[in-house]
Ligand binder design. Structure first.
Ligand code: GDP
Ligand code: MG
Length: 141
């Protein structure tokens, strides 16, 4: 159903620290179904493309370099109200400001290494899911 998916990436530091399993467990316990999943490594060009919306922000270069610095785990997640509910589960961008119990609070270290990405709108959830996963209609099962 439209509007019920979000795209997440577990970011390089969290993957290399072996937090992937714990993060996925929390995502599942919060009621999200995994509709697509892959572990991969973004090229600098792919990271630039994914975060192109931020290209004028001062942290863009650092963010791109970081996201291409190690493996990531990308997932399409499904749940009613997925975008908003997932952003609540992960917490504020800066782990220091994220609420107790959120994924960024538990597994993030700073604004850049904040453990996970979460889409900010239904429209971007679809764009970002298509960025990582090419098969159309794969979320319908
Ligand atoms: P999000 O939607 O909560 O992920 O935050 P944004 O869309 O505003 O920013 C995208 C990503 O850029 C964040 O998840 C951070 O990893 C990174 N970022 C945001 N602000 C900063 C900053 O001030 N410094 C650095 N180094 N990275 C930042
Ligand atoms: Mg964002």
């Amino acid at each position: 159903m439209a509007g019920d998916i979000t795209l997440t990436m577990i970011k390089p530091y969290a993957v290399t620290k072996n937090y992937t399993g714990d993060i996925i467990t929390q995502i599942n316990k919060a009621g999200f179904k995994i509709k697509a999943l892959k572990m991969t490594w973004l090229s600098p060009l792919q990271a630039e493309q994914f975060y192109a919306v931020h290209k004028d922000r001062p942290f863009y270069g650092a963010l791109v370099q970081y996201m291409a610095s190690g493996p990531i785990v990308a997932m399409v997640l499904q749940k009613e109200n997925a975008v908003a509910d997932f952003r609540k589960l992960i917490g504020a961008t800066d782990p220091a400001e994220a609420a107790e119990g959120t994924i960024r609070k538990q597994f993030g270290t700073d604004k850049q290494r904040n453990a996970v990405h979460g889409s900010d709108s239904d429209e971007n959830a679809i764009i970002e899911s298509n960025f990582h996963f090419a098969i159309k209609d794969q979320y319908a099962y």
